[in-house]
Design a protein around this ligand. Sequence first.
Ligand SMILES: *[C@@H]1O[C@H](CO)[C@@H](O)[C@H](O)[C@H]1NC(C)=O
Ligand SMILES: *[C@@H]1O[C@H](CO)[C@@H](O)[C@H](O)[C@H]1NC(C)=O
Ligand SMILES: *[C@@H]1O[C@H](CO)[C@@H](O)[C@H](O)[C@H]1NC(C)=O
Ligand SMILES: *[C@@H]1O[C@H](CO)[C@@H](O)[C@H](O)[C@H]1NC(C)=O
Ligand SMILES: *[C@@H]1O[C@H](CO)[C@@H](O)[C@H](O)[C@H]1NC(C)=O
Ligand SMILES: *[C@@H]1O[C@H](CO)[C@@H](O)[C@H](O)[C@H]1NC(C)=O
Ligand SMILES: *[C@@H]1O[C@H](CO)[C@@H](O)[C@H](O)[C@H]1NC(C)=O
Ligand SMILES: *[C@@H]1O[C@H](CO)[C@@H](O)[C@H](O)[C@H]1NC(C)=O
Ligand SMILES: *[C@@H]1O[C@H](CO)[C@@H](O)[C@H](O)[C@H]1NC(C)=O
Ligand SMILES: *[C@@H]1O[C@H](CO)[C@@H](O)[C@H](O)[C@H]1NC(C)=O
Ligand SMILES: *[C@@H]1O[C@H](CO)[C@@H](O)[C@H](O)[C@H]1NC(C)=O
Length: 784
Amino acid sequence: MLLFGLIIVCLVVDVCSQACSGARCGDCLINDGCGWCKDSEFSSPRCAPINQLTDNGCVAVIKRKEHVVQLLQNDEFSDGGPGLEPVQIKPQRIKIRLTPNSQLRNVMVFYKIAKNFPLDLYFLNDPSYTMRQLTSSLNLLANDIANDIATLTTDFTFGLGTSMDKVVSPFTRQDPKYLATPCGTTSIPCDFPYSFIHRQPLTNDITAFTNAVRGVNTTGNQDIVEGLLDGLMQVMVCGDRIGWRKKSRRMVIYATDINFHHAGDGRVAGILQPNDGLCHLDSNGKYTMAEVQDYPSVGQILQKARENNINIIFVIGGTENEFIRNNYYDKFATYLPGGFNNASELTTDASNILNIVGSSYRRLRETVKLVMTKVPEELDVGIYSNCRTGRFLDKTNNCTGLTLEKWTNFTLFLFSNMTTCPDQRTVNFTIFPEGLEERVEIEVEHVCDCDCQLEPEAEPNSTKCNQRGTYECGVCHCNEGWSGDSCECDERGSETEACGTEAGICSNAGNCTCRKCDCFEGFSGDKCECNDLNCPYFNGKLCGGPSNGRCSCGSCVCDPAYSGKACDCMTSTEACKDSNGTLCSDKGNCVCGKCECSAGFRGEVCERCQSCPGTCSTNNDCVECVGFNQGEYNQSVCLSKCGNVETVAIFLEPGNETTTTSCILQDNFGCLIYYNVYETDTGRFVQVRSVKRCPPGPADPVTVGLSVSGAFFLVGIILLLIWKLLTMLYDKLEYSHFETEIKNPVWEKSENPIYKECVTTVQNPMHDIADVSHDEIANETSHI
Ligand SMILES: *[C@@H]1O[C@H](CO)[C@@H](O)[C@H](O)[C@H]1NC(C)=O
Ligand SMILES: *[C@@H]1O[C@H](CO)[C@@H](O)[C@H](O)[C@H]1NC(C)=O
Ligand SMILES: *[C@@H]1O[C@H](CO)[C@@H](O)[C@H](O)[C@H]1NC(C)=O
Ligand SMILES: *[C@@H]1O[C@H](CO)[C@@H](O)[C@H](O)[C@H]1NC(C)=O
Ligand SMILES: *[C@@H]1O[C@H](CO)[C@@H](O)[C@H](O)[C@H]1NC(C)=O
Ligand SMILES: *[C@@H]1O[C@H](CO)[C@@H](O)[C@H](O)[C@H]1NC(C)=O
Ligand SMILES: *[C@@H]1O[C@H](CO)[C@@H](O)[C@H](O)[C@H]1NC(C)=O
Ligand SMILES: *[C@@H]1O[C@H](CO)[C@@H](O)[C@H](O)[C@H]1NC(C)=O
Ligand SMILES: *[C@@H]1O[C@H](CO)[C@@H](O)[C@H](O)[C@H]1NC(C)=O
Ligand SMILES: *[C@@H]1O[C@H](CO)[C@@H](O)[C@H](O)[C@H]1NC(C)=O
Ligand SMILES: *[C@@H]1O[C@H](CO)[C@@H](O)[C@H](O)[C@H]1NC(C)=O
């Protein structure tokens, strides 16, 4: 389902292929489907797919501009003719505003053969003995050739030059006898050897041309291979001397029957200087640098042929020379402008020169191959045409079989492929039919910039950007050396210089931003060289905690209210003052907001002391009421006032931090009460010994009486007990006597002399009241 949705989105918006990115509007819009939000207040990414921008509430969405194709010059086709400029290709100048990364495929270029397009035809002949037939044929056929050409164009010129070889050994023999008769015979006129002679500038005067042909004498050289490339180079580069017209079909008929010398061969004759590709003809048309400069290379020939739009037609004489033709000249020809050239075979009598010239020109005229100058890498230009099928476009730059009536239509596809806008916004290039001087100038401008990026909409050195950048499209584009949303960040100078330390950038404890160290948590200092966790602790907190101070570079930076190494000291002395405003009651020093009391003094403001007057006396009332429930305080006052007083049997051993004052109090009874007053940091408490010591006083009559009677009674009891003990011992003795007598009974029970009745009844007048007790008393008395 998700995938399906994604595909739909991709199809509709075409954003999936291209991510939108770019810090500037133009860079953003390089990507197809992307837009830029230029609202001054916009928090989402400004470069995003267009629908996303509108979803995020952007009002001013900048979109890509469309391609614009403008024809700056579009002259109609013209057949030319006397006094008329022929036009074969149109338009001539095009300006294209190209949207980046999007294809433009409707730029048309049309080509049509002009009927009377000018033709410049130059014959470069090899004047060796074996080629002498060509000279005579040309002489004979010049008019026929002219007539043939005239059926194709009314505007043509002919020119002539001959080229042999460098007059230096080993290319040409140097002995005077040879030089006098280089052809080896005196029967024919033979010229002194030469490299190249330009004999007839291009002219429409056929008689002048034939006269020049007639004046060519044979000449000779020593080696087989010949130096015609020297001559060919001069023909191509000596434009004014040769007479090439600006806008014409330029053809060189290069006729020889032998292979050519090329660059490097000159070394054999000690010629090391390379060919400079420049014109060196003297006033007689003679090449002057033949014996100084080396032969040109094939590459130089190709380059000059392209530069000067020269179509070279190789005409190779001698049927026996097929190998040379196929292996050298045909291959050479395929690289030459025109592309359809191949070497033609000249018959022995050279009579087919008429044909060769005519058909070569027709073949050139009936083909067109559009080529272009180099375009920058980011620009891709394709040339398409329907000339092959007549209907569908093929990617081809060449068409054959052109006729005078038919247009050949080419379509250019342009595509710029870039990830950033190139500095060079306009690109010029030229499209032209190969081998012809006609041009289509194309100027491509990459429409990379948004209007808001350009003045007047953009504000250079804007105050919104700290005057260090341009405010454009809602954001700052900072000048060189600055960055940040408002160009507040200085990026000048090197990072190492600004932030480097021996331990690394920002001591390896921070980021170098804006050429300043942005330290990680716990580090500080210009280069993060300070460890901010390495400070004294107080109360278990770094610098006493955030309320007291903070750790900076190994030492505490305290709040104004605190001081000390660990911000452990309160600077305020308020806490040291008593109610009168005296510091520590003048009995100590106020240190770090707390009183340090002199010996013997205690309390927040040293208000308590061991030997202060009243230490004991103020406690007397409580001591009396708690210890002995006596004195001034009644029960309820005692409970409320004397919470710090307790009664103990023995005084406790006080702690180290406690000072003890021993007190003695004499109460109203004259008794001595012993108690201790303890002072601790937290307060004062009192212990009272549970026993007081009293002096011996006058005896109490009741007590005395009781003790006297008690003593008498005690003595009585003791005497009684002694008496009882004695009687019991006597009784036991008597009983043992009695038992011995019972064993031999002599007496009657009643008559026993020691038997006595236990109970005696006595008449008592108070009998009625206490009968029982009387009985008891009587009983007891009787026992006594
Ligand atoms: C060709 O040779 C003839 C006879 O030797 C001479 O008169 C004529 O000047 C020569 N032509 C050229 C162009 O040297
Ligand atoms: C030269 O090219 C033409 C046309 O392509 C062809 O007909 C002809 O045979 C070629 N000639 C030689 C010598 O290759
Ligand atoms: C003509 O175009 C076709 C197709 O692009 C190509 O294969 C061929 O080489 C071209 N011919 C020349 C002479 O450039
Ligand atoms: C070339 O383009 C022109 C103008 O658009 C048109 O009239 C002509 O038919 C086209 N020719 C071909 C061969 O497509
Ligand atoms: C664009 O350029 C990149 C890198 O230069 C290349 O990989 C990519 O294929 C090109 N895309 C097109 C459509 O030419
Ligand atoms: C391109 O051509 C136009 C007009 O022909 C010219 O103004 C511009 O400077 C040229 N640009 C480059 C980069 O050559
Ligand atoms: C912006 O400021 C720079 C440096 O101060 C200066 O060189 C430049 O000319 C200024 N540009 C404008 C448009 O004021
Ligand atoms: C330092 O940079 C890194 C990576 O850019 C970043 O993750 C980190 O948050 C930055 N730290 C500070 C303190 O700026
Ligand atoms: C405070 O002032 C009063 C009267 O001025 C004085 O009696 C008392 O002793 C003072 N107390 C202290 C602690 O200085
Ligand atoms: C205790 O004494 C206080 C004042 O001396 C007095 O107000 C109070 O009534 C007495 N309480 C009793 C229960 O006698
Ligand atoms: C009291 O002082 C003694 C000796 O000075 C010491 O050994 C002991 O630890 C102290 N006790 C307390 C609770 O401070």
